[in-house]
Design a binder for this molecule. Structure first.
Ligand SMILES: [Zn+2]
Length: 486
């Protein structure tokens, strides 16, 4: 009996000990589980909220960590053509390859010597892998990298090529965008650079005194005098200051308008004769706009320009230069005359004018321009889809309709005759901007079609191309023709 008691006590002691030890174990387990949950929660929070910010900072060291685990994904055009991809050789060496060469160079950008263009914009997606977890773990075990996601852009292969070819050897930029969605279909900048030899060419591309600016995306960063396309803004302000009477405006053009010691000439000294406001705009009569400009309230004109995104960052997800408008109420006569015809100190990027034209075509509402349609994993499953979004109203619908009607006249009766066709009704504005005496003018065109239900906006700038109607409008015609033949 005693023995039994003793044994029983011993057993109890041992059970106590076991209980205690079990409790300790449980505590430890809870602690580990808790720590694990915290870790998962942090990872989840990081993945969902913070990761994009951290990774998108090009200078963050964490980036290298991702590049060590993921092979950078591909960038594709809207029809699935590869624009950028990473090739991996047998030894695991990676090379970023651009099968289209210079065709997309400035808009796609690069990822080796810093990051620009869509390579920068899509950086996070390209270095994120959404293949299934089992495959990810398996690859990690055998020491292989995971394939990054692919980014399908809004860029249209056929139209991009047409725009690039139409520019030929001339320097310049072409943009095409859907005004009702903001999708950018074309962004050409010539001459551009060869993205496949960027590293080797880097020193010469960035050498001081290299005036070609091949790395500059002329479409978004190139600042040019607007020339006559600025007359659209002059017309808008004139209509605002003269409601009900603007249609009475008239001017008799003999090819050269003289005011004191200054002379404003129409293109090639053309005498336009008697001009209404609509005719003066359609024929791009400089004399008429010099007179009109003198009547305007310069403070209001500046405010109107700034409402139309001058002196502001554009709503754009890749690098761009703000356009500049500097004339204010203290301006002298010469500056007023020059600014009124788009010369003087005003400067604009082709992208800016694309956005203004898009807003006019879209009833005054500007859609945010965008380049990425969707992100897919390497197996083609959709990971993320981007939808159109509204930037805001740049001008009231009735003013937009009025300007759109006047732009239609440019193609019908004016300088945009290259856009005359039975296939669709185009509208737009041409410009021939002087930038240095003795040199050919920069040729501009910005417009849309069809006039009554705009589907596509096109802006063309040809450096030293001559007249907008002769050099830039035919490039736009090319793109409209292909687009509306589909
Ligand atoms: Zn004239």
């Amino acid at each position: 009996m005693k023995l039994f008691d003793r044994l029983f006590r011993e057993k109890r002691k041992s059970e106590d000990y076991t209980d205690r030890s079990n409790r300790d174990m449980m505590r430890l387990t809870y602690l580990v589980v808790f720590a694990f949950v915290c870790l998962i929660a942090y990872e989840g929070w990081f993945l969902a909220v913070k990761r994009e910010d951290v990774i998108n900072n090009s200078y963050n060291a964490r980036l290298d960590g991702f590049a060590e685990r993921v092979v950078r994904g591909s960038i594709l055009s809207s029809d699935g053509t590869v624009l950028a991809e990473t090739l991996v050789d047998e030894d695991g060496n990676e090379t970023r390859n651009y099968p289209q060469g210079r065709l997309f160079s400035n808009v796609i950008g690069y990822s080796t010597m810093g990051k620009t263009g869509l390579e920068e914009l899509a950086h996070f997606y390209l270095l994120t892998s959404h293949i299934n977890l089992i495959e990810q773990c398996f690859r990690q075990l055998i020491g292989e990298k995971n394939p990054g996601d692919n980014v399908i852009t809004t860029l249209d292969m056929e139209l991009q090529k047409a725009a690039y070819d139409a520019l030929g050897d001339r320097r310049g930029a072409v943009i095409a965008m859907e005004p009702d969605t903001g999708k950018v279909l074309v962004m050409v900048s010539r001459p551009g650079f060869d993205p496949n030899t960027l590293v080797q060419d880097w020193d010469s591309l960035t050498a001081e005194g290299n005036s070609s600016a091949l790395l500059l995306n002329r479409a978004t960063q190139g600042l040019y005098p607007p020339g006559s396309i600025f007359k659209t803004i002059m017309v808008l302000e004139y209509i605002r200051e003269n409601p009900g009477t603007w249609e009475d405006f008239s001017f008799d053009c003999d090819g050269a308008y003289e005011d004191g010691e200054y002379t404003i000439r129409c293109y090639h000294g053309n005498a336009h004769g008697s001009q209404t406001l609509i005719q003066a705009y359609a024929n791009s009569c400089n004399g008429a706009f010099a007179v009109l400009g003198k009547e305007l309230d310069l403070e209001r004109l500046k405010a109107a320009s700034e409402e139309l995104l001058f002196n502001k960052e554009l709503p754009l997800s890749i690098a761009s230069s703000p356009s500049t408008y500097v004339m204010d109420s203290g301006a002298d006569l010469w500056e007023i005359l020059q600014t009124s015809i788009g010369q003087g100190r005003t400067q604009i990027t082709p992208m800016h004018f694309t956005l203004l034209t898009a807003a006019i075509a879209n009833g005054g509402t500007l859609m945010n321009p965008y380049f990425i349609d969707r992100v897919e994993n390497v197996g083609g499953d959709q990971i993320r889809k981007f939808m159109p979004s509204v930037y805001g109203n740049l001008l009231p619908a009735e003013e937009a309709a009025c300007l759109a009607a006047m732009m239609r006249q440019v193609a019908e009766i004016g300088t945009g005759s290259a856009l005359r066709t039975d296939a669709y009704a185009a509208a737009g504005k041409t410009g021939s901007a002087e930038f240095e005496s003795g040199k050919e003018t920069h040729a501009w065109f910005t417009g849309f079609a069809p006039a009554d239900n705009p589907k596509l906006v096109v802006t063309v700038l040809v450096e030293e191309g001559g007249s907008g109607g002769g050099a830039a409008a035919p490039v736009a015609r090319n793109i409209f023709d292909i687009y509306f033949a589909r």
